[in-house]
Write a protein that binds this ligand. Structure first.
Ligand SMILES: [Zn+2]
Ligand SMILES: [Zn+2]
Length: 279
């Protein structure tokens, strides 16, 4: 696995690359806009070009991808929230395309009181409309599994599969596997036998060829807790050794895996622990 972290774009998109290289990231995730706002500042075309040049000028970081805005909820029952979510998603999909990023990772959403099946249909319908607006984009949209907090869709890989089945251009989509979310949703990847079982489930429900990226986070909460709080590697319930099987899985040799742990100051320590597991 190409191991890296979620880096800040403060002061310019290219800063995510330089600061990632400083701490020996092999992959980088970034936000293209504030993750807690519906809108963005005006971005000039040169800014995209500067980023693309910076990316082309180095070889240490193989994959760079975007994480979507947290406010976006394509399963929202409230029509106003849904409309804002679609507009915001299009904005960051367009920006990710201009930056030449590999993927846009997003949380499928929470239908709250609405029926889960309706929520799933609404997510697929929104995604179908969004990709049609960007026929030439090479950015793959990845649905991320969730911890199962509240009414969120994607606690089971079968739920993500249900969304994927409804997509009209399936090749433009895939999934991102978050280790903390999987663990809190009841998928134990910390032993060789249970790890194999979890990946078999992903293979059966979705297909490993549709799994493109990972989020590497330890978990504050125990297996199946359905709560989402990331811990630094080795400081949570999964433990450093719990990442052994994933990190050394040859099927994911060139896949990116990025940290989303709470304190960026501790990224170097987390990276060291994960890389230390390599055989
Ligand atoms: Zn994540
Ligand atoms: Zn999370």
């Amino acid at each position: 696995m190409k191991i890296g972290a979620h880096m800040s774009v403060a002061g310019g998109f290219e800063n995510a690359i330089s600061s990632g290289l400083e701490i020996d990231c092999e992959a980088v995730q970034l936000f293209v806009k504030s993750n807690r706002s519906w809108t963005t500042r005006e971005v000039k075309a040169e800014e995209f070009e500067t980023f693309k040049k910076a990316r082309a000028a180095q070889s240490g970081i193989s994959s760079i991808f975007c994480h979507g805005t947290y406010l976006v909820n394509l399963a929202a029952e409230d029509k106003e929230v849904l409309a804002k979510s679609i507009t915001c998603f299009e904005l960051e999909f367009g920006m990710s395309t201009s930056l030449g990023l590999d993927y846009l990772v997003f949380h499928p959403g929470a239908p709250k009181k609405m029926d889960v099946g309706k929520g799933i249909s609404q997510i697929a319908k929104s995604l179908n409309a969004i990709v049609k607006k960007f026929p030439k984009s090479n950015v793959k949209i990845l649905l991320e599994n969730c911890a199962g907090q509240g009414s969120t869709i994607g606690r089971k890989f079968s739920e993500l599969a249900q969304v994927l089945e409804k997509l009209e251009e399936p090749k433009r989509f895939g999934i991102c596997f978050d280790t903390c979310h999987a663990y809190c949703a009841g998928y134990d990847i910390t032993t060789e036998a249970t790890y194999a079982k979890v990946m078999k489930d992903v293979e059966n429900e979705i297909g490993l060829d549709r799994l493109y990226a990972f989020h590497l986070n330890d978990s504050e909460y125990e297996l199946g807790a359905n709560r989402d709080r990331h811990a630094h590697i080795g400081e949570g319930k999964m433990g450093t050794k719990g990442f052994t099987w994933l990190i050394n899985d040859d099927r994911f040799k060139n896949h990116p895996g990025t940290l989303e742990t709470p304190d960026t100051e501790k990224f170097p320590q987390d990276l060291k622990r994960l890389k230390g597991l390599r055989r």
